[in-house]
Design a protein around this ligand. Structure first.
Ligand SMILES: NC(=O)c1ccc[n+]([C@@H]2O[C@H](COP(=O)([O-])OP(=O)(O)OC[C@H]3O[C@@H](n4cnc5c(N)ncnc54)[C@H](O)[C@@H]3O)[C@@H](O)[C@H]2O)c1
Length: 344
């Protein structure tokens, strides 16, 4: 069966979605783009031209385009502020929805979207593409194997200076809301623990070209006494980390580091006596399933499989709201200077 798709929000990221669909034979066969929606119709027109989408409906109003196309699926690639209205409109018209991250602009809106998807009996899932990559899958598999014992801590560093322009340079809490969500979600996935509380210091460092919150330092308590720390800045020029962050995972028997790129290192304690025990390198197997390592294409495939089988997608709103709670907990902590409980 093929599904009719309307893509809403035809800006920069929409190209990544269409590229993922067009370059993945299974997705290309299963999905037909029947409509494009953007507040700026010329943006939608150029996207259609760029991707050779002829004979489709193009408009500025999602409801009207859904009415005309009778689409089964909405790809929601709008800016975060517009997400709630786009998702609720699509669900109320019986569509399954796959949204870009972040899932919502507030916890209230996110909870409302979970309710709306359940009430409509449709799937609402979130593109948390940076957990569908080889490095993150590899870390999860390694942690699960117990090779470094039980994990006790995860530490992530993220320092990059991108000059995006656009909505990011105007929004509040830009790093936490627009980027840190990826690392928070990946840490939750890799550890397979529940976030319980957070303390966060958020700043907009001197020299920042963002309006608010370009840097954040957060300490999370996860279940089973696991600590997750995040140090990040989006206005850090020069010697930078990977977009995936630089990772250190500490276990009871050893540690794993990943530079967020190609370099993984893991070792457990060696046999030496004395102050330090030396170390013995440990092999880090490749991810178990290669099909889960293609970013957007893998998330879209997971979403489609869920529609076909009736099973929950991995990043369904009901799950993703827990990563969003880490973000909003960190924002609240930064505001009031106190530890925020996430378990409630
Ligand atoms: N997963 C990732 O790696 C990743 C990377 C970049 C961006 N994103 C996310 O993708 C989303 C879009 O980001 P972008 O960089 O493409 O932004 P963008 O500003 O380039 O594009 C957003 C588009 O949405 C349109 N739009 C806004 N409100 C609308 C509405 N109500 N109806 C229809 N169209 C509407 C705008 O006109 C604009 O063309 C954001 O949520 C962002 O966080 C995700």
């Amino acid at each position: 069966m093929t599904y009719k798709v309307v893509l809403c929000g035809c800006g920069a990221m929409a190209k990544g979605w269409l590229r993922a669909v067009q370059s993945t034979p299974d997705l290309k066969a299963a999905l037909t783009v029947v409509g494009l929606v953007d507040l700026n119709e010329s943006v939608a027109q150029s996207l259609a031209a760029e991707f050779g989408l002829a004979d489709i409906v193009i408009g500025t109003d999602l409801n009207a385009v859904l009415e005309e196309t009778k689409a089964d699926i909405v790809f929601d690639v709008v800016i975060p502020a517009a997400r709630h209205s786009v998702v609720t409109s699509a669900l109320s018209r019986g569509c399954h929805v796959l949204s870009e991250k972040p899932m919502a602009s507030s916890m209230e809106e996110a909870a409302d979207l979970v309710r709306a998807a359940n009430a409509a009996g449709r799937i609402h899932s979130v593109v948390q593409n940076r957990r569908f990559i080889a490095g993150v899958r590899r870390m999860r598999r390694f942690v699960e194997s117990g090779a470094i014992g039980d994990i006790t801590a995860i530490h992530c560093d993220f320092f990059i200076g991108p000059h995006f322009g656009g909505f990011r340079e105007k929004m509040d809490n830009v790093l936490l809301l627009d980027m840190a969500i990826h690392t928070f979600d990946a840490a939750r996935y890799v550890s397979d623990k529940q976030p319980l509380s957070v303390y966060c210091l958020e700043t907009n460092p001197p020299g920042s070209w963002y309006a608010h919150g370009a840097a954040a330092n957060a300490v999370f308590r996860f279940s089973d006494d696991v600590v997750f720390t995040y140090r990040g800045s989006w206005c850090a020029e020069g010697e930078r980390t990977s977009w995936e962050s630089a990772w250190r995972i500490v276990g009871t028997r050893g540690m794993l580091t990943w530079d967020g790129d190609e370099t993984f290192k893991a070792a457990v304690a060696g046999p030496e006596e004395g102050l330090l025990r030396g170390f013995e390198p440990v092999e880090i197997p490749q991810p178990l399933r290669a099909e889960e390592t293609h970013g957007h294409a893998s998330v879209i495939a997971d979403f489609l499989a869920a529609i076909r089988t009736g099973q929950r997608p991995e990043t369904t709103g009901e799950d993703n709201i827990r990563s969003l709670a880490m973000v909003f907990g960190a924002i609240e902590s930064a505001r009031n200077g106190r530890v925020v409980d996430l378990a409630a």
